[in-house]
Design a protein around this ligand. Structure first.
Ligand code: NAD
Ligand code: TYD
Length: 332
């Protein structure tokens, strides 16, 4: 298979590319990535000589049509992925998730590509107090991030119904693992704890997330791409649900710090209280998560400890400015 993988210079997309090349060395991969603040060529360093890399945006029709030439499948990871940034400035989210997805779908149809997979999120369903969302739950997004991701999902459904496109959607819960940009809770807290900086916990910290190790999500995406029923969505939820405050405490333990570093800060506006996915449908295809939260978190802390070459330049660049703007204080 020749795959066009968009957004693969980011956290999950780069893990997916490594997974595919390990499991099916004969597959060919073209990566299309705009290299935003979150996209880094270093994430694909180990496989650089086995992929074609095109720098460009999914909303740029000419670039997309050219990159997609000869492909058998498209996997769309390209996105602005941080909820807090969508709250302060939503336009890039609208641009990439709505216009970008539309251009990609249209190009997929134009080239007659057999398969399209949209990488989506549990956040399109909104917050749930008890129980878990299934694929039949209504979309009820709360943030500009999740609203624009939901718009992308609806465009996919429209192309299935109107043009008969063989598209599938994979909705993952919160991912964590190596190479995640440190704006997200887990890497942010690991790096802050290592540096002796405070760990900012929004509100009471009792919000719940359904944590999924990134390699488990990558395997699920590949399975759904190959075995999923065209036109269907598949939820991919992690094996463990944890309150944020508990996640932060475990990070402090793993980094040998005490709880005096925890600082409760102003809550995120419109903060979803709990996410939880039922993954029965993807499990029926033969997937199951292999990494429990305790083990995955240990692996993740170890990776950040061993890979300062990766995060050092980030913590001293754009991220530092973002951090000051968002948290109103400097990184140590
Ligand atoms: P990320 O921010 O690490 O990477 C996003 C990548 O997309 C970057 O390489 C960036 O350069 C690229 N990109 C952004 N806009 C682009 C555009 N217009 N054209 C081309 N490339 C563009 O994000 P991630 O955490 O790896 O998330 C990947 C996908 O998975 C996203 O679609 C996200 O919504 C979804 N998702 C993420 C999570 C999570 O917990 N991180 C959970 C479920 C689903
Ligand atoms: P995040 O990693 O931004 O993912 P998402 O918003 O997509 O779930 O946040 C995970 C949880 O951690 C979420 O409930 C918000 C919370 N959080 C904090 O408490 N402090 C922080 O500094 C950040 C970035 C997140």
């Amino acid at each position: 298979m020749r795959l066009l993988v968009t957004g693969a210079a980011g956290f999950i997309g780069s893990t997916y590319v490594r997974t595919v090349l390990e499991e099916r060395p004969d597959d060919e991969i073209v990566v299309l990535d705009k290299l935003t603040y979150a996209g880094r060529r270093e994430n694909l360093e180990e496989v650089a000589d086995r992929i074609e890399f095109v720098e460009g945006a999914i909303e740029d029709r000419e670039t997309v049509l050219e990159a997609m030439e000869g492909c058998d499948a498209v996997v769309n990871f390209a996105a602005e992925s941080h909820v807090d940034r969508s709250i302060s400035d939503q336009y890039a989210f609208v641009h990439t998730h709505v216009l970008g997805t539309s251009v990609l779908l249209d190009a997929t149809r134009h080239h007659g590509v057999a398969r399209y997979l949209q990488v989506s999120t549990d956040e399109v369903y909104g917050s749930i107090e008890e129980g878990s969302f299934t694929e039949r739950s209504p979309l009820n997004p709360s943030s500009p991030y999740s609203a624009t991701k939901a718009a992308g999902d609806l465009l996919v459904s429209a192309h299935v119904h109107t043009y008969g496109l063989e598209a599938v959607i994979c909705r993952g819960s919160n991912n964590y693992g190596p190479r995640q940009y440190p704006e997200k809770l887990i890497p942010l807290c690991i790096l802050n704890a290592m540096a002796g900086d405070h760990l900012p916990v929004y509100g009471d910290g009792r919000q719940v997330r359904n944590w999924l190790y990134v390699e488990d999500f990558a395997r699920a995406i590949d399975l759904v791409l190959r075995e999923g029923t065209p036109g269907e969505a598949y939820n991919v939820g992690g094996p463990d649900e944890e309150e944020n405050i508990e996640v932060v405490r475990r990070i402090l333990e793993l980094t040998g710090r005490d709880e005096s570093l925890i600082e409760h800060v102003t809550d995120r506006p419109g903060h979803d209280r709990r996410y939880s996915l039922s993954s029965d449908k993807v499990r029926a295809l033969g997937w199951e998560p292999r990494v429990r939260f305790a083990e995955g978190l240990e692996r993740t802390v170890e990776w950040y400890r061993d890979n300062e070459w990766w995060w050092g330049p980030i913590r001293s660049g754009e991220y530092r400015e973002y951090y000051e703007r968002h948290y109103g204080r400097s990184l140590g």
